[in-house]
Design a protein. Sequence first.
Length: 153
Amino acid sequence: MITVQPVTRNNWVAVASLELLPEQAGLVAPNVGSLAAARFDATYQPRAILNDGVPVGFSMRCTDDEDQNTGIHWLFRFMLGAGHQGKGHGKAGLALVLEQIWAAGASSIRTMHKPKSAVAARPYAGAGFHMTGMLDDGDVELLLHPARRGRQR
């Protein structure tokens, strides 16, 4: 069963060790760097995506850093380890991560991905995200409004 839990002292090494497929290299920042960043920014919330208690993926979210009172939340890391892709874990994990963000009081959820990452575009579109433009770093920016919540395909 897929669950999403905080990264802990007991699972952080396994989460940090998760890697993408070779052809996906560079599409998501390494988990170890994200975990280090979370130690220095209290708004970052790293989560392990678990399959029967075993880490299979990683996500990290935060509130909008430009205005903490907007209710906008960012899902700025989401990945599934190479050996765990294609099994439905990503779709299930993404749905659970989004539900946690809504439960935290989000008014909307933003995310992003590299333009060449069709593997990221599909699950976000399936969850109801739509493209809003490009970020300064060249990433595609996506937005999910509450009205589109739960539109998993």
